[in-house]
Design a protein around this ligand. Sequence first.
Ligand SMILES: [Zn+2]
Length: 500
Amino acid sequence: MSSILNQELIEKIIKLCSIKSLYICFTCILRYSNFRHIFKVNDHNDLWSYCQNHLSNEILLNILKKIFTNDENKLCQSCLDLLNVEYMMIKVKEIADHVSTMFSIDEFQLHIYQPFIITLRHLYFSKLFELNPEDVITVKDVIKTFIIIPIEKAIQAQHSTKGNHVIVLNFDHHQSKIECESLMETCHRNVSSPKRFKSSSTINHAALFRLFETSNNRILELFELIPIKTICTLDVSVCREPIYIAGRYLKLSRNLSQTPWFVDDGNRFKSSVQEKIFSGINAYIKYNDIKFSSSGREDVDVRMLGTGRPFMIEIFNPQWSNNNNNNIIAKIKEYINQMHQDVKVRDLQFVSRNESQKLLKQGEQEKSKTYQAICCIDRSFTEADMIILNSVKDLVICQTTPIRVLHRRTLSDRHRTVHSISARPINVDELINPEWKEFLSQMFVISIVTEAGTYIKEFVHSDFGRTRPNISSLLGNCRADIISLDVLEVKLDWPPMIGD
Ligand SMILES: [Zn+2]
């Protein structure tokens, strides 16, 4: 594209506007003369000096004459003064005031919504100047170009398409609807047109494009723009992209469920791992909604030890006043670990959504788990028993849906692999209840590595023969039961270990 302004086109634009008695501003004249690179200068002052260097005096004078008319109340009939520098700077201040009272921002995205009347006029003037509207740089693009740096300075943050905060500028004009409807009516009455816009009464940017496309040049004769005397209104809002925090949790209690549940006919809320982790988030981050997910779960009476279970929290429209991400994560972790005796978190970190959910699910369904169980049989646990159990290697077991989960799972036989078992006698100090001391010789500890989805309790006590083989059958059909169960490891390399 040429770097020299098309003086002929500029003169034509000025002339056609005069004939129609339509005033358009300096920036719009440049916009329709269609040199996109001009608007890469990011600043009105630069734009002005650029034009001084690239336009002949005659042309500049001509434009200036057009702009500085006697009528001070003139409003650009194309951009409705959205591109007026003074207006823009007032709006920047409004945006900054709004943003700084609510948020502390590092990086932001900018979303601009313009009223349909701006699109209508973009199409109208393009047609008048015999330009392809798709080639003309839009009001929205110019606003974006000129407003970003002043906003960055005003709120001391960087614009980025990946910014977590989204500043939404919603421009509107009270005559937008009236003019669009009037245009549609004119077209329906006078222009023979394809069904597609006769049947549709909805106004949108695409429909306006179609109206202008199908009306050819008749629209310029048939339709007159409403003289606009007032500027657009602006509604500023700020929202945040959801954030994702991942980590691993340890559950040190045998009386705590992972997610909340109600007792006493739903009147009392029983505490949970999820609730205790949320307490740390609540202490530092405000939000509209929050969601917990994890790589599987353990039963209420099962502890989660070792390196913990991977989890992720989604926080919707989050707000916090602290800019330092690492610091806030450290504070949340410290809060949870100090406030709660039975839940601890580690490897807490910000993550991106894309990978996270897939990995969590994968961990739940595919990765092997390591458990530790205290078991008891109806006779003494011998050296020979230990050898039998320790020799188990990739043993495929068949588990008919356990009785305890039958109410929520369909009845079926599922095959799972017990990768290995490591058995040893129990120490006195490992007894949960000192009164069990007299059964010490009958008790033993197993560490067991299994495929995801294996029912460990049932593998030990056989679930009335529904799991085959089982510890009981492996040890020659003695009676076996499980006293306690801990998860030692959920094998998943996500989230990355931080080593804390
Ligand atoms: Zn304008």
